[in-house]
Design a protein around this ligand. Structure first.
Ligand SMILES: [Zn+2]
Length: 190
């Protein structure tokens, strides 16, 4: 749940709370009064209080997913002349990194869309170990061992083939659409 760390919303919720407290302190002295008009006033204040509680709870739930921690990516392709680390090739993989066709085939496809990968975040959060995009995962054997990197790779390639831009693919990745990739059949994606 991300609403808890949404700094922008805390003041709104707490100011609502302060209003509730004000209304409560207005309402309490009237509880001993029994005449009908006072009962109505008290009931409306109670309703208003409940309304504000509902409002403040729903304000928390409705907090948008801003600053929601999208992993590192580049907003544009690398500038011309930039030297990025080369991607590994199928021939560089062996042993546990080449156990399944979908592992080695991923590196074949990565070689076709390096600039697309450069603009995608990787949801295995490998940016914490210095990766700056999904491309980084295929510059070494990390991608072969990571089902998240692999699914994102195949998703990116499929969407690229459909004519989607890197930014559109990124929007799909952030939505989690890459999770639908079935790695068992992914080696057939071309
Ligand atoms: Zn990764």
């Amino acid at each position: 749940m991300r609403w808890g760390n949404s700094k922008g919303h805390r003041p709104r919720v707490s100011s609502l709370f302060r209003r509730q407290v004000t209304i409560l302190s207005l309402a309490k002295p009237m509880t001993h009064l029994t005449s009908l008009p006072h009962k109505i006033v008290y009931r409306s204040l109670t309703l208003a209080f409940l309304f504000l509680v509902t409002l403040s709870v729903s304000a928390q739930w409705a907090a948008p997913q801003e600053e929601s921690g999208v992993p590192a990516y580049n907003a544009a392709p690398p500038p011309k002349g930039t030297k990025l680390p080369p991607l590994l090739t199928k021939a560089d993989l062996w042993g546990a990194d080449a156990q399944y066709d979908f592992q080695t085939h991923a590196y074949e496809l990565a070689a076709k869309i390096p600039d697309v990968l450069h603009q995608q975040p990787c949801y295995c959060y490998c940016d914490r170990m210095g990766h700056n995009s999904l491309r980084s995962c295929f510059e070494n054997t990390h991608g072969a061992q990571c089902d998240i990197c692999l699914k994102e790779l195949y998703y990116s390639y499929q969407q690229h083939k459909k004519g989607k831009s890197a930014a559109q693919i990124r929007a799909g990745i952030i939505k989690g659409e890459w999770r639908q990739i079935d790695l068992q059949s992914a080696a057939a994606i071309n």
